[in-house]
Design a protein around this ligand. Structure first.
Ligand SMILES: *Cc1c(COP(=O)(O)O)cnc(C)c1O
Ligand SMILES: [Zn+2]
Length: 416
């Protein structure tokens, strides 16, 4: 069952061998991995059994589904036991959104603090198998952190292209600390992305942005783990933020495959939420996805500050096939949602909070009913962007004399 997977063009259906070094079809269409169907029906059950195993490949929330991710042997994988993230039901956030059946899948609990680890374990595993020398990505900071970490684990060199001055200090420190070489491009993410695409075309680097079909394969497991968390009962809605739209694409593929292989009997609907200052996918949705027009993006949620998403074809198909929707929220709404998530004790980075801000609007619009079962994906950890916290007006830090009486006064006020 493991050697029949192949790459297929999303536009013209041309196919290529699975382990061929290419990112796009000869027609320039996006590629995706097509798995052989045999044996897949039993994989949900097999993945349940693997929850009891101590093998790193089984403990990884990505590789416990390995036959349907990249069919390789456990000793070929570059894994840090990513995935296996928390699945939280928090009363305060149900009340805040008005959605009683709300669960949060916190992808910030991954090894480098974002869901990018799930895509990166797959992409770097394949890079190692292909024997490439230099790995590259454009990034707003999380993809570069994940690449830098996984490349280090694989003993491979990474070079990352970041928009100069637009990456949070935490993400920059992580990226540098794990050992990647940083090129700070005087431009925005979309400029950096174009540079990496061109270098990949010239075969100068191995590109691990979500254009890379193996990134998508790894990120599919967010959905499969959610279904597993729900004992294979599909929720009504899954809500996710959208930037370059790799996740939206991965989620659509994961839902399609889970349904076709009989792991679930109904498909959840997908809601992708964009920041209103970085909303090309939302605008395209309003026009029936006829085309997508690139924009100059600006938002406080830097992880989704992207004006020209490369995964448009795959992502629009994901929304259509799941009867999904695309929404938009303002930076103000994002920060209000982030404050609610932080105060609940869970915490997340700003881009992640777009999901809850969007869900709140969907409940208000009657699109999501109060009783619907909804899973919101939190994409990144709270510590990824501490500036966004420290700008808040309501933090409880008070300077105090090192003096028992002064401290007693503060404590008395807290008790009252
Ligand atoms: C990358 C990222 C996103 C955007 O995901 P896409 O797959 O590019 O749409 C959202 N939130 C965080 C924290 C991210 O790192
Ligand atoms: Zn093609």
């Amino acid at each position: 069952m493991t050697n029949k997977a192949r790459l297929q063009c999303v536009s013209c259906s041309n196919t290529y061998p699975l382990f061929e070094l290419r990112y796009e079809c000869d027609c320039q269409g996006l590629l995706e991995v097509i798995h052989a169907d045999d044996g897949m029906n039993n994989l949900a059950q097999l993945s349940d059994q693997r929850l009891m195993s101590r093998l790193p490949a089984d403990r990884s929330g990505v590789w416990r589904f390995r036959e349907a991710v990249v069919p390789l042997q456990p000793d070929e994988l570059v894994t840090q036991q990513e995935g296996g993230t928390g699945f939280h039901h928090i009363e305060a956030l149900c009340q805040w959104t008005g959605s009683k059946g709300l669960y949060l899948k916190h992808e910030g609990e991954n090894p480098t603090g974002s869901f990018k680890d799930r895509g990166m374990t797959a992409a770097v595993t394949v890079a190692k198998k292909l024997g490439v020398k230099l790995l590259a990505c454009a990034s707003t900071g999380n993809t570069s952190s994940a690449l830098s970490s996984y490349a280090a684990r694989a003993g491979l060199q990474a070079v990352v292209f970041l928009p100069s001055g637009k990456v949070s200090p935490g993400k920059m420190a992580q990226t540098l600390g794990y050992g990647a070489h940083v090129l700070a491009v005087k431009g925005d993410f979309d400029d950096a992305m174009q540079i990496v695409r061109d270098l990949a075309r010239e075969a100068q680097v191995y590109m691990v942005n979500s254009l890379n079909p193996f990134r998508i394969e790894g990120q599919k497991t967010i959905i499969w783990e959610i279904l597993q968390d729900l004992e294979w009962q599909a929720p009504d809605w899954i809500v996710v933020p959208g930037g370059n739209l790799g996740n939206t694409s991965a989620f659509g593929k994961a839902i399609e495959e889970a349904f076709n292989w009989g792991w679930i009997t109904k498909k959840p609907r997908l809601a992708t939420i964009q920041a209103s200052g970085a909303n090309p996918f939302y605008k395209s949705f309003l026009k029936g996805f006829e085309t997508i027009d690139a924009i100059q993006a600006e938002t406080i949620a830097t992880a989704i500050r992207i004006g020209n998403p490369v995964n448009f074809t795959r992502a629009s198909r994901a929304i259509v096939n799941t009867r999904g929707i695309v929404g938009q929220v303002s930076d103000k709404e994002i920060l209000a949602a982030k404050a609610a998530i932080d105060r609940s004790g869970l915490g997340c980075e700003p881009a992640s909070a777009a999901t809850l801000a969007g869900l709140k609007l969907m409940v208000q619009a009657g699109l999501v009913k109060k009783e619907d079962k909804v899973v919101a994906v939190l994409t990144g950890h709270m510590l990824k962007d501490t500036d966004a916290i420290m700008k808040s007006q309501t933090l409880a830090c008070e300077e105090v004399e090192a003096d028992a009486k002064a401290i007693q006064l503060s404590l008395d006020r807290l008790r009252n």
